[in-house]
Write a protein that binds this ligand. Structure first.
Ligand SMILES: [Fe+2]
Length: 197
């Protein structure tokens, strides 16, 4: 299996925008948090690597998101199970070039990635609106308010997030609550990593 550092180097080969790096580190941390929460502690690093690599093709090939990824990952020797997981986070989504991604998330890890990815974007947008610019002092109540407000972070699809919760058989509130906790727990470490460059 690709190591965590090799995965990080691979991410940086195709992604230069700090916003994309930060998003990848966030989804990595959230995936690791969920691995522990859901009883997969022995797969923590594996879940994290999937999170780190999930948007590998987005910066350079936004119109072919989840379509170009297998090529980039295969070339780097990444295994098929990771490639499947990466592609499955686009399941049912029609990307810019007009193709609808048909790789279905089947493993619990893949369903978590699908559900949490879009939501981390919304939570981070909500954090930036706060005086603290942080998730650490954000309450579920205020996140729910932002979530319901249609004008807020309109680019973060509530339909995708809700489909994600359904795929897991979770209440939306649980997904919001857990993902907020996961982000608050990792925020300082990610900020430090971003500053370190
Ligand atoms: Fe993403």
């Amino acid at each position: 299996m690709i190591s965590r550092n090799e995965a990080f180097e691979l991410l940086k080969k195709y992604n230069k925008d700090p916003f994309h790096i930060q998003h990848a580190l966030t989804v990595e941390a959230v995936m690791k948090w969920y691995a522990n929460d859901l009883g997969y502690s022995d797969e923590e690093e594996y879940w994290g690597i999937v999170g780190l690599l999930h948007d590998i093709d987005f910066e350079l090939y936004p119109e072919e998101h989840c379509i170009k990824a297998p090529e980039l990952l295969k070339e780097a020797g990444v295994s098929e199970d990771i490639i499947h997981a990466v592609c499955s986070h686009g399941y049912g989504i029609t990307v810019g070039c007009g193709t609808t991604i048909d790789v279905e998330p089947t493993r619990e890890m893949e369903k978590v990635l699908f559900a949490a990815d879009e939501l981390t974007g919304l939570i981070w947008a909500a954090a930036l609106m706060r005086p603290s610019k942080s998730t650490k002092d954000m309450e579920l109540k205020s996140l729910k308010k932002k979530y319901k407000s249609k004008g807020f972070a309109a680019g973060c699809s509530r339909e995708v997030i809700e489909r994600g919760a359904n795929q897991l058989g979770w209440e939306l509130n649980d997904l919001l609550d857990k993902t907020l906790h996961a982000m608050a727990a990792s925020e300082d470490t990610i900020n430090e990593a971003m500053l370190a460059g």
